[in-house]
Design a protein around this ligand. Sequence first.
Ligand SMILES: [Zn+2]
Ligand SMILES: [Zn+2]
Length: 503
Amino acid sequence: MPRLVTRRREERGCGATGGPLFPGEPYCERTAGGRAAAARSPLPPRSAPSLPSPSHSLPSPPLPTPFPPPFPPSPSAAGGSHARRRRGGGGRAAVAAMVGPGALQRARRLCHWGPAVALAVVAVCSATAMADAALWYWPLDTAGGSVNFVMLLNWTVMILYNYFSAMFVGPGYVPLGWTPEKSQDCMYLQYCKVCQSYKAPRSHHCRKCNRCVMKMDHHCPWINNCCGYQNHASFTLFLLLAPLGCIHASFIFIMTMYTQLYNRISFGWSSVKIDMSAAKRDPHPIIPFGLSAFAASLFALGLALGTTIAVGMLFIIQMKVILTNKTSIESWIEEKAKDRIQYYQTGETFIFPYDMGSKWKNFRQVFTWSGIPEGDGLDWPVRDGCHQYSLTIEQLKQKADKRVRSVRYRAIEDYSGVCCPVTKGVKTFFTTPCTEEPRIALSKGDLILATRGLKHWMYGEKILISAADGGIRERGWFPRKCVEKYQYDSETDQPVDGEKKSK
Ligand SMILES: [Zn+2]
Ligand SMILES: [Zn+2]
């Protein structure tokens, strides 16, 4: 009987858990439909899957890395950077990260739409605010005007400093080939085939960075890097400073437009004479406040207000993450843990291990006077009643559970893997998932293990029949129209009703 490669690989406890990119659309783990499907499945639905035994958890022999990392590991970007940062201090490390060896590779982080848009917004808001202040609203020849200008400059410098720190210092990666100190602890951890290392507690493999990221929260397109252990503080400071700077800039834009328009209306649009009413002085026009300056101020005001709301909300989310010491991915794992326990009625209670029980203690793990977060990103202090591997064991249980409760499908149509297929119906075309997650091409007869789905799309992993397929996991979205449920005998891995299903 041909054993399925995917199953064998998963039994060893390898592969990425990954985080929920779309927490709103779980397929069968969390929905009643999924439960019904699991109940109909020939596998025993309500027996909690057992954990892989230690022997199954051992890593496979090293395989060639399937993809070269897009950002080759460099000393300051890899696991070794932490020790370096300890010696150099947060500030110097950030500067070193920007200009030190490997700067060119890190500069590639800039070549992405996220940093391009973010830096353009900073540039437009800062430059317009400074021009408005200096030329029309609050000229520099008064003490107040100078202080105002220096404050605007200060916001820009601090925002950019934290922005580039978050981007270039990076989240910190689990060293390639990492194993826990005690080899018997390997059985509590998942193995990452790409990094050929065990996944340290709280770390997750990021497909964009192509590395296992310490305390991964999410991959942020705006910094084109992950937010994790090392850059959590600078990232959060950036999220705080950007709205504060934007509020100051918005005030300047509004006051400039108000005073200038007020004067224009008072004296007539044809008047060339400009009054510096904000400074309550005799008019000394430097440059007339023309229509283009008005349009630029209005545009910058829109950008600044939009940024204040959007980034401010992100700041609130990150503060919640820091004060509870629970990343977005861990919140999702905790939710799934509750769901798993309720589903199997195991009577366990899941306690999230990293919340120190005090907001201040949690805060101090990220924000320290030295600018370097507590710990080494691999070992984490845990609360009473938990141990280092409480969360990773829960992740392994969920992984085993996912295997039991995911549903097999067979491709009945070819699918090329394009985002918006024109031949799969109008609804499929218009409801393509708004995500950067990949699509997988399907050929008639392919088997897929589906883990979640939308009305017209499904997400799953292709089941590779032979080792010749390269050992690369193919996961992604595909149209629901192209597949049908595949009934099979769990003992023999053979279809229940032969080949007629695929017709
Ligand atoms: Zn990895
Ligand atoms: Zn990433």
